[in-house]
Design a protein around this ligand. Sequence first.
Ligand SMILES: C[S@@+](CC[C@H](N)C(=O)[O-])C[C@H]1O[C@@H](n2cnc3c(N)ncnc32)[C@H](O)[C@@H]1O
Length: 270
Amino acid sequence: MKAWGMKDTSPVAAASAADLRARYLILVERALLNAIHGEPAMEGFVRRAAMRLRHPWQTRAWAPRDFWPVKAHTMIGVKRLAHLRRLVEATLTEGIPGDYIETGVWRGGACILMRAVLAAYGVADRRVFVADSFEGLPRPDAAKYPADRRDRLFKFDELAVSEAEVRRNFEAYGLLDDQVVFLKGLFKDTLPKLKGHPFALIRLDGDMYESTLDALTSLYDGVSPGGYVVVDDYGILGCCRQAVHDFLGGRGLSPCIDDIDGQGVWWRKE
Ligand SMILES: C[S@@+](CC[C@H](N)C(=O)[O-])C[C@H]1O[C@@H](n2cnc3c(N)ncnc32)[C@H](O)[C@@H]1O
């Protein structure tokens, strides 16, 4: 850019489009993680939550960004967020058709990143579906899903983020438009409407057995061949892991499930 008739010698002028795209996406990731201003010191509720959930990190030196951050727009952490970016980019470079969805969005950060990748690559014909109750997790239905019987996440108000707040978060990044579709309600009610809808990537982050199974049941068949499945809590929540294996086992499927960071996993649909 030339200003006031002066020759522009700034390094930005020489940067390639690919370089600027990468810088933009890394900046969005850092903003989503609140890594720029830094998370405030751990607040009481986060510590209490870790204790009540007997979270393995409760006794470890604390890394607030790893677990229920106070301000950040996502709780999925540096590795899972960067990994998500790479997978969405891969769907574009490999030409895997379909939209994107996260089931269980909390403050919306992972969905905001997926929309940012589409923006960075100038993709205008794919959408990001944002599915959540926007009222927190449901009470376990222990009669139907015994694996959830001990789940107490529904008690945490901190996990209930309204649709209005998630919309505001998208807006803060300049990424709220008609390529973002909000699906408000419990997965068992909203997701069946998407059966067969083509997805390039589905990201499941509903924590519970029921939430994971409902998402797989409604969305898996729509995942394009070569498309990606990401399950956020597979590594730390036994009920989520069991739902994945009950679903895959019921279909006679055994994809190669890869670890991301000890918590999240992913696989590619053949
Ligand atoms: C762990 S948080 C998601 C974190 C988020 N992906 C992020 O990037 O930080 C879990 C979310 O799943 C939602 N949720 C869980 N089970 C659900 C269900 N059966 N129906 C609708 N929403 C559900 C909760 O409301 C909550 O927002």
